[in-house]
Each structure stands twice: as structure tokens, then as C-alpha cells.
Design a protein around this ligand. Sequence first.
Ligand SMILES: NC(=O)c1ccc[n+]([C@@H]2O[C@H](COP(=O)([O-])OP(=O)(O)OC[C@H]3O[C@@H](n4cnc5c(N)ncnc54)[C@H](O)[C@@H]3O)[C@@H](O)[C@H]2O)c1
Length: 248
Amino acid sequence: MQMKDKVAVVTGAAQGIGRAVAEAYAREGARVAVADVRAEAAEEVADGIRRQGGEALAVLCDVSSRAEVDRAAADVKEAYGPIDVLVNNAGVTRPAMLHKMTDTEWDQVIAVHLSGSFYWLQAVVHDMIERERGRIIFSSSSTAQNGSIGQINYAAAKSGMLGMVRSAARELGRYNILVNAVAPAAATEMTLKVRTDPRFADAVKRLPLRRHAEPEEIAPTFVYLASDASSFVTGQVISVDGGGMMVR
Ligand SMILES: NC(=O)c1ccc[n+]([C@@H]2O[C@H](COP(=O)([O-])OP(=O)(O)OC[C@H]3O[C@@H](n4cnc5c(N)ncnc54)[C@H](O)[C@@H]3O)[C@@H](O)[C@H]2O)c1
């Protein structure tokens, strides 16, 4: 077991990649907080983990609210003790072309990805500094490098995350706190529309692996970045996208 007795928080863990990461962490022996804005779905994931013999706690948390993040972090600490691993994974899309995008569409995406990650960083970092250890992992996106038509808000948020990864990695390295990102591509609800839109039917054929991934194929990289195996890796982005970055 690579995460025995580690305390991990995974945001946006009620489905998709976050769910797969929470389940993988639990299988590796971690005590996992399944944090999501959808309480019932988070409870189902935590319940499933417990039924498999793992330790999990559902925490209701809209990451775009500092008060909710602080309360959720306090709940996790009370139940499990200080947090060893934070995964900033919660995400939303609000697609619109630049000339039509509303302030609300812009604000919501920035609030979840950037402010949410910032609030969670501040909620865990004091304990990590004091204990001189910690792992922080972001779910970024190839959109950070490539941009995306109709998603200037999402591209800005995901690029911003990489700035946060690199700044936090530089600030926190001296305390043995490692900060990295994964740029995934997986068949989840978030990507459902694109995967089923006939206009993008050929896109998957351009991928070197010529198929979409299940979230379970993304999760092992998050395990790696939380484990002793990555003890000298910080400030990095690892693409887990079937080689998609090469051909975009
Ligand atoms: N699936 C992909 O191919 C892909 C590609 C690049 C990046 N990503 C990123 O990976 C992460 C996970 O993506 P996914 O595909 O699993 O998405 P998903 O839509 O399946 O799941 C996102 C989860 O985040 C939760 N969430 C949304 N807003 C929240 C909030 N304010 N507070 C707390 N939780 C909230 C949702 O309830 C949901 O459970 C996201 O950050 C996404 O941007 C995914």
C-alpha cells in the first residue's frame, strides 16, 4: 500500500476523475475525504469505498466559497487529523464564444478552478509547513497549453492553475511539500458532449492510442504523485491523455 494512513482530500470526487482518484487512494490505504458540492453523490462514493473495506468521509463543499472550504477542512481534520494530500480536482465548464461570454460564465469557472484551489491550498498549507511534508496535486488540462475555442474562461483557469503549481512548488519545496499537476483526458460527464458530437467524431482517431480513457486509467498518476515514488518530483505537469498533447 502506497498511501497507508495518509489523509487525503479529493475535491470534485462525487464522479469522474475525482471519484476514481478517491477510490484509488482508499485502495492504497489512505483515509479519504470525498469533497463535492453534491452531497448525496459524494456520500454514495464514500459509502462505496467503505463497503470495499476502505476509509472515506463525504464532505459537502462548494470550493468557490472560502467559508465552506474552511469548514470542510476543519471537518476532515476533526475526523482524520492533519491533511497529507490535497487534490484540487473540482471543475466546471461554461462554454461560450469570447464575444458572447457573460460575466457569470467567466466568474463561475474562475471561482471554482482558481479561487477554489487557492482556498484549499490555504486551508492545508499551515499544517503541511509545520509537519514539513505534504503533497498537492492539481487537475489541469492540455487546454492550458493549447487554448480552446469557446472556452477562454476554462483555458484561463487551467493556465492559472499551472502558475499556482509552479509558484507553490517554489515556495513550499523547502518544507518538503511537493506540488504537481496532471493534465488528463478521460471519458467523463464533462467530456460527454464533445465525445458524442458528430463534428468531433474523427478527433479520437487522431490520438496515438485511438480511444478515450476511463477515469480509472488516470487515477494511478495521482497515486504516483501522492506516493514516496515521486519524492523528487515537483512543479511538473504530467499529461495522461493517450498522447493527445503531441497531435493537437
Ligand atoms: N475529463 C477530461 O477529459 C478532463 C480533461 C482535462 C481536465 N479535466 C479536469 O479534471 C477535473 C475532473 O474532471 P471530470 O472530467 O472528472 O469532471 P466531472 O464533470 O465528471 O466531475 C467534476 C466534479 O466536480 C464537482 N464540482 C463542480 N463544481 C464544484 C464546486 N464548486 N465545488 C465542489 N465540487 C464541484 C462536480 O459535482 C463533479 O463531481 C476537472 O478539474 C476538469 O477540468 C478533465
